[in-house]
Design a protein around this ligand. Sequence first.
Ligand code: C2E
Ligand code: MG
Ligand code: MG
Length: 634
Amino acid sequence: MHKLLLKQLQQYCKDAGLETQQAALLQAISDSYDQHELDRKVLDNALVLTSKELNERTLLLRTQLRTLSDTQDQLQKSLTALNATFDTTGEIILALDNTGRLLKSNKMGKELLPDIAKYEGKPQAISWQNVRKMLLNPWHLSEMTDALQKQPSAHIKGTLHFTNGRIFEYHSLPQLQNDTLIGRVWCLRDATEEKKIEEFIHHQAYHDALTGLPNRSFLLEKIETIIKEHPHDDKKIAIIFLDLDNFKKVNDTEGHEAGDQLLRTATKRMRNCVREADVLARLGGDEFVILIESDISQSGLMRMSANILESLAKPFLLNNHNHFISCSMGISIYPRDDTAPDGLIGKADMAMYRAKKMGKNNFQFYSEELERLALHQLEFEHNLRYAISNGQIEIYLQPEIQVSSGKIVAAEALARWIRPDGTLIPPVQFIGVAEQANLISGIGRIVFDKVCAEITRWKQQGINNITVAINLSAHEFKDADLADNIQNKLLEYDVRGDNIVLEITESLFMEDKESVLLTMNQLRAIGIRFAIDDFGTGYSSFSYLQDLPIDYLKIDRSFLIDVTHNKKKYAIARSIIDIGNHLDLQVIAEGIEDQETLDFIIQNQCGMAQGYLMYRPMSRDDFLALLLQKKAES
Ligand code: C2E
Ligand code: MG
Ligand code: MG
């Protein structure tokens, strides 16, 4: 029994009987107290345990909370770093969801593409229609969306050209969550400057710095591309190879700067003659090529070439002097003449060479015949060289009369090539070739020799009053020793200078005027006089009539053919005679074939005449016989 209860019972229940009866009860109560005590002890124990567990849990929770807070801090730091990176990167970054809404844009995006970045956080998707309007290459957007429709998780890239001039290169990556596409991230890089530099370098590599025209590489690639695009020869391309005549002379006499200026001016003039779609390229030096891609007829090509000839024949003002150049052109056609870019240019070049040989300032179409001619030309040159050194060059003499008296006062020496078989080749067939092949001085020396020999022969027959006109080409004037050589020859034959008239043409005045004047004055000092041959057919400028020592004007035959029936020719011929007379020059009418023309020049006070009506060119012996006959008659 519980001690406390027993004590209490002993105090209050002194009756032994009762004591016994109550003992069981008391025992039961005592047991229940014991039980209670036990229970309380168990409860106490349990409480202690629970409290301990609670403490432990609290501790754990605290630790976990701290870790969470640390993680949160770290997360915040990472986010800040991420945002900073996001904003400081030079690229535009745009994050879009699957519906095309802009979830986030970085600072660069807001700065450079404000019209797109303004959609950030908005419920509506970016309007591609608006973006398309901002592009110079809107088709690229369609290609891109098509590609994404076919393969939504594709990694794509490309270039967008904006109407404000900026160029962006982009790449776009899919954003996946548990293998599910939830959107896309777009990175755009402003490549404007880079592209400009790239374009500049490309331009430099494919263009000529002086004129800004495409160069040979560009031209070859362009032709190659066209040919590749039309492999079945279903397209015609024309190539015009153009080479300026007399450019080197301007460059040498006026300096390189003037030469450069001439090339730029010539470029502008040529540009004006070709169409927008045609490619005008400079191969280098004074060589240009025009590539005509669009279909153009033969007559169209001829018109274009004629326009170019005309525009380049106009004077070029350099260092305050007018300079005259012309050009020679050759034309080849794809696929007729060649099917390779190099071949086409080569054939046009060959045709150009032919145009040069034919006296410059003209154009030629390539043909197989032309190729044969080029070969023939080489052979011809070779034969001419042989003819010059083997006595096959002869002179014929054509009398010139004084109109008032009808007397022979002069003769023009005209070169002839007499082949061993007796065939006679006229000068039009070989003078041009001789000029091109640097053989003209050789011919000039032979003519001069023969003229001097004839004058000596006439003298021996008592004929002293015949002047002989000798044709001198501009090429011969280039020889600095010309005056000395002529003077020596006159001394050798004992011929007076005033027996000789040198016929020069207006083309000579396209040469360096100073040196021409020097030579002319040297020759004039020994009595030689000058005639302007074919007057009016060249680049007539009256200034040289004033500045240069000229004595004769020869009216070109072209102005006298049909002169009495053609009002314009009538006016020109009369004016030339008037100019000559007013300047105290002897005027000689060339190519008089009929009485009507002779009457015209008589009426108009032309001093001298030459033509088939009076006499044809004749051999030296025939001429001497004629002179002797005239002498006997007088
Ligand atoms: P050019 O100096 O104008 O000579 C006049 C040409 O007209 C000559 O032709 C002559 O035969 C021709 N002719 C004269 N009268 C008449 C006529 O009534 N009717 C026609 N249809 N023709 C007439 P050619 O001898 O054939 O000489 C042609 C050109 O060759 C000359 O034209 C001259 O520029 C050049 N030439 C001739 N000989 C020489 C030379 O020794 N040196 C140089 N550099 N050129 C020469
Ligand atoms: Mg002449
Ligand atoms: Mg003439």
